[in-house]
Design a protein around this ligand. Structure first.
Ligand code: PEP
Length: 257
């Protein structure tokens, strides 16, 4: 059974005080005893340690929004996997469409980052998703196939329990436009078929696939109620504790474990 998972991607938002307040408000509502829905927050790097303090003793886990694949050394401005582990990160988001589109990250680079993160003991939220032009050209499945193949090249089946996939249609990220439940379910089912053919049916059945793209309290229940949608990666709505917690509660209400 796949446990639902809701992760907040704070992107380049908050300052120290707002980060600590937001994390504290979320932590207060998520008890340490294994919550029905797994919850993580991914603040900007400078605030990871402060947020770690704010969520201490709760069931909220800590994630980073990026990592570099090289060992610590002469890579000005980059952040090593070991450093993220050192400040208490359990998770790292990789392959986000903003990093692909704005920072020029390729599947090959993302794959190196996935491998390095796994070697360093982090769990990975690997984002994939098509642009609007690609969807309109009926290329959604081909794009997903190619991003999955490229980002997971050389990653073996044994590592897949440390990886969560996030299907994030680019046209739905930060736009207020959400994929319909049918569009989300169809893409998730396709990703699960891809996992079955690249790995095996057990891996396909066990791997969690989150939906991301304008998830809000009012659409979370129907999206997370889809059979192949195992949670949400939440951007904008994760910056308000009440909205983020409402999404977590929506996940709880449709969770079967
Ligand atoms: C995201 O950035 O991962 C995301 C899903 O953003 P939003 O919820 O704002 O669309």
């Amino acid at each position: 059974m796949r446990r639902k998972f809701v992760a907040g991607n704070w992107k380049m938002n908050t300052l120290r005080q707002t980060a600590v307040e937001l994390a504290g408000a979320i932590a207060k509502a998520i008890p340490a005893a294994v919550p029905k829905v797994q919850v993580a927050v991914c603040p900007p790097c400078p605030y990871l340690e402060a947020v770690k303090g704010a969520i201490a003793g709760s069931g909220v886990e800590l994630g980073a929004q990026n990592a570099y694949h090289e060992q610590p050394g002469a890579f000005t401005g980059e952040i090593a996997v070991a450093m993220l582990g050192d400040v208490g990160c359990a998770w790292v988001i990789l392959g986000h469409s903003e990093r692909r589109a704005i920072l020029g990250e390729t599947d090959e680079l993302i794959c190196r980052k996935v491998a390095a993160s796994l070697r360093g003991g982090l769990q990975v939220i690997l984002c994939v998703g098509e642009t609007l032009a690609q969807r309109q050209a009926n290329q959604t499945e081909a794009v997903l196939d190619s991003q999955m193949a490229g980002s997971l090249a050389g990653i073996d089946a044994a590592a897949m329990d440390k990886i969560v996939i996030a299907y994030e249609p680019v046209w739905a990220i930060g736009t207020g436009v959400t994929a319909t439940t049918e569009q989300a379910q169809s893409a998730h089912a396709h990703l699960r078929r891809w996992l079955a053919s690249r790995y095996n049916p057990q891996i396909a059945a066990a791997t969690r696939i989150l939906y991301g793209g304008s998830v809000k309290p009012d659409n979370a229940g129907s999206l997370l109620g889809q059979p192949d949608v195992d949670g949400a990666l939440v951007g904008g709505a994760s910056l308000k504790a009440a909205d983020f917690l409402a999404i977590v509660r929506a996940g709880e209400s449709v969770a079967s474990v």
